[in-house]
Each structure stands twice: as C-alpha cells, then as structure tokens.
Design a protein around this ligand. Structure first.
Ligand code: 5GP
Ligand code: ZN
Length: 111
C-alpha cells in the first residue's frame, strides 16, 4: 500500500528505530511512547487490522504471536509486558496497518 505509513517503514522509505526484523515482521520503537518501553510489531505484509485477517494469514499470525515474547525478552522486559492491538476507529486505531503494541518497563495503568 503506497500511502500506508507502516508500509513505508517496512520499505525503508520512512526511518524507524528498528529492534527486530525477520522475513515476516519488523518491530520498532513507537515515536510517541506511552510506557518506558513501547514497541510496535507489524507484519511486512499490509493487513489493515484484525477485521482484515483471512485464513491464509494463519501462519503469519502464529509467527507474530510467538515472536512478540522473544522481542520483549530481548528488550529486557523479563518482568512482563502488555500487548495491545487496536481495531478500527472504534478501537482507537490511528494507523491502519496491523500492529501489536508492546508496553512495559515500568508501571502501566490498569485496564
Ligand atoms: P494505533 O493508535 O493505530 O494503535 O497506534 C499507532 C501508533 O503508531 C501510535 O502509538 C503512534 O505513536 C505510532 N506512530 C505513529 N506514527 C509513527 C511513526 O512515524 N513512527 C513510529 N515509530 N511510530 C509512529
Ligand atoms: Zn501498510
């Protein structure tokens, strides 16, 4: 998607502080962190959000869910972390490329 901010980060057209890269996903620091550590994990492939998930994404989703704790560990979030994904405007989504927030490294507000 040419006008998608996160596709541009995947393509390297917009800079990001990348902390993890593999064949299916990348992770980078959120530009406006809401926690001591705030990362975004995104698939390289453009998928809008969870409402856009199709059966062919099963392997990718499994990969993302398994990779999130590895990224958190590498960022020293041994004490734990929060994972959030916002879906649609009603869910507070601002960037319409699927992403999982990783939040931790300090106190978090209770949900
Ligand atoms: P959403 O509200 O869609 O779940 O989260 C989007 C996140 O992307 C926000 O936390 C916001 O701070 C982050 N963000 C927006 N633009 C940029 C950017 O250009 N670079 C980075 N690294 N993060 C961004
Ligand atoms: Zn995209």
């Amino acid at each position: 998607m040419t006008d998608c901010l996160f596709c541009k980060i995947v393509a390297g057209d917009i800079k990001a502080d990348i902390v993890h890269e593999d064949e299916h996903c990348i992770a980078f620091k959120d530009i406006n962190p809401k926690a001591a550590t705030h990362l975004l994990v995104i698939p390289r492939q453009h998928i809008c959000n969870l409402y856009d998930i199709k059966p062919e994404h099963d392997h990718l989703l499994t990969h993302l869910i398994k990779t999130i704790p590895m990224i958190a560990k590498a960022q020293n979030l041994d004490n734990g972390f929060r994972t959030v994904t916002n879906t649609g405007e009603g869910g507070g989504q601002e960037v319409f490329h699927l992403h999982f927030h990783i939040l931790g490294g300090g106190p978090l507000n209770p949900l």
